[in-house]
Design a protein around this ligand. Sequence first.
Ligand code: IPE
Ligand code: IPE
Ligand code: MG
Length: 259
Amino acid sequence: MFNKFRLGKKQEHSSTLRDKIEELKKQPIPEHVAIIMDGNGRWAKKRALPRVAGHHEGMKVVRKTTMLANKLGIKALTLYAFSTENWKRPKNEVEYIMRLPEEFLGTFLPELVENNVQVKMIGYKNQLPVHTLHAIEKAIEETKDNNGLVLNFALNYGSRAEIIDAVKQVLNDSKNGILNETDLNEDIFSSYLMTSEFKDPDLLIRTSGEIRLSNFMLWQLAYSEFWFTDVLWPDFSENHLLEAIEVFQKRQRRFGGIL
Ligand code: IPE
Ligand code: IPE
Ligand code: MG
């Protein structure tokens, strides 16, 4: 029913937005931004629409956010799209969400290719419906030679499960003589996580007014800057991302030291 909604025309930024982007680029831009895209259901409820309408609207925001992140020179954008706990939701909602990658990438993949974006994914692939995985894998394959923004979908991702799996692999490698227990350190442990190729997020954004992590990147967010907003994900605009980055640029990151 919502498939008739178009994703919108090619992105053009207004001159005020362009000025703001240029202003922010004078200072360091966070290299890895992670977003917990929350509030789709409440957005729909407010409009007396079914929850899935919020997910559909949220997908358009993914596109706008990706394009802006690319323009800003952000190197990696990780988007929490579905958690290992989200399977608890009604079947029709889960099925709808699992159709979104096909729809989103079906429309948007050429634009990602054209804009030098690389698509990646973290999360448990084996439980995803085949059609969902195909859409993602096609996008990963078609964008693998790009070297611009990495658009990383956290899909069926859960941080505790990720950590347990890493521990299992460490134990296994230790048993097989691949890893010495005495060599294990934070960097090596990180290399066993699904995020091994990413630096830890510099900035975490969560929308919808919830102040929690909901099992997202518990290890990786140890020293990230957090920015929470009451705005619901489908209402998240370019200006909100720019605001988050502006706040980030004013923060003093000490990593336990002193300045
Ligand atoms: C976030 O929006 C999207 C997913 C978790 C898939 P929600 O669906 O959690 O929206 P709320 O929190 O119920 O408003
Ligand atoms: C976190 O949102 C997961 C995603 C945004 C994909 P939830 O809506 O699932 O989190 P809780 O249940 O409110 O903690
Ligand atoms: Mg939610």
